[in-house]
Design a protein around this ligand. Structure first.
Ligand SMILES: Cc1cc2nc3c(=O)[nH]c(=O)nc-3n(C[C@H](O)[C@H](O)[C@H](O)COP(=O)(O)OP(=O)(O)OC[C@H]3O[C@@H](n4cnc5c(N)ncnc54)[C@H](O)[C@@H]3O)c2cc1C
Length: 283
């Protein structure tokens, strides 16, 4: 019997697998015949787009924030040595009919974003100084469960500064983009990573040479090395719950028990709760 069963070999399942396989016997199921889910790299033929097999392409263009959660995990599990880590230049953005370069350093910060008043820029600088020096525990205690709007109010951000943060940073770092819901604490921690990246590399973004799928492959290699197993082309049709605890999965008409835990990392859109029954979730 395995300790932990993970449903889904996308980034979430692979990251959970790479971390947990260091201590537990892990098996990962994916209905696809490839790993990576939405963060996979395959030939156009494999994607079913054209007949070309002479190059590979990401399902979607992927870049990641340096010094942030993904990089932390890649370092922790030792996956970084299995792909070529590539710095990516900061993207320009388009506003009011012009392309704008994200500022690096104080002079550029003061000159950048002409639609933002000088006063608002000084407020932004005050905020960035706070981000640099605030401790992790203060962020968690004071900001983790408060929305972005509270943070904007505290630093007296005007409309333009709010827009810059919500559309620029929050949209870049967080899946939701809602200042009444997004965690201010999460954004402060992301900003800390951002400032470190900018200081050290003049950019804060990285990718993998050869496509995002190389990161998925690196994580899979770690899982295999730790004795974990990957079962592709295997759809999980049911998670079996007993006494409010997920205890097993049904795949290929067999029930497989997980001694410690079952982790479901499939998209919320692919899981359909089995209404009326308390003891399982069907897909
Ligand atoms: C076009 C595009 C661009 C993006 N760009 C970025 C970016 O630049 N930076 C960034 O950080 N993020 C980006 N993302 C988001 C990122 O790709 C996703 O957040 C991430 O890949 C989600 O990973 P996941 O493992 O949670 O889900 P998924 O990748 O969806 O993985 C879920 C896996 O579960 C499997 N599965 C589902 N149901 C079952 C079942 N019943 N049995 C077995 N297996 C099952 C699926 O086959 C899939 O492999 C982008 C996404 C897209 C689409």
């Amino acid at each position: 019997m395995v300790d932990i069963i993970i449903v889904g070999a996308g980034f979430t399942g692979l990251i959970a697998g790479a971390l947990l396989s260091r201590k537990y016997k892990v098996v990962i199921f994916d209905q696809n015949n490839f790993i990576g889910g939405r963060a996979a790299t395959r030939t156009p033929k494999e994607w079913g787009w054209t007949d070309r097999t002479d190059y590979s392409i990401d399902f979607g263009h992927h870049v990641f924030a340096m010094n942030n959660y993904l990089e932390l995990v890649l370092d922790l599990v030792g996956a970084k040595r299995y792909f070529n880590f590539k710095l990516v230049k900061m993207p320009y953005f388009y506003k009011n009919g012009k392309l704008h370069k994200p500022p690096v350093g104080i002079l550029e910060q003061l000159r950048a974003y002409p639609w933002i008043s000088f006063r608002a820029k000084l407020q932004l600088r005050k905020f960035l100084k706070y981000v640099k020096k605030v401790s992790f525990s203060e962020v968690i205690e004071k900001w983790a469960y408060r929305p972005l709007n509270d943070l904007y109010d505290e630093f007296d951000f005007d409309e333009n500064a709010r827009e810059l943060f919500t559309d620029g940073f929050s949209a870049g770092y967080q899946t939701l983009n809602d200042p009444t819901k997004n965690s201010a604490g999460d954004l402060i921690l992301c900003m800390k990573a951002y400032l470190k990246g900018i200081r050290k590399y003049k950019t804060t973004l990285f990718s993998a040479e050869g496509g995002v799928g190389k990161i998925a492959e690196a994580l899979a290699k770690v899982i295999h090395q730790n004795g974990g197993e990957m079962k592709l082309n295997t759809r999980v049709s049911q998670i079996i719950v007993k006494n409010n605890k997920a205890v097993a999965v049904k795949a290929e008409d067999k029930n497989l028990r997980g001694k410690k835990n079952i982790i479901c990392s499939t998209s919320v859109f692919s899981a359909r709760s089995n209404r009326g029954r308390q003891n399982s979730t069907r897909f």
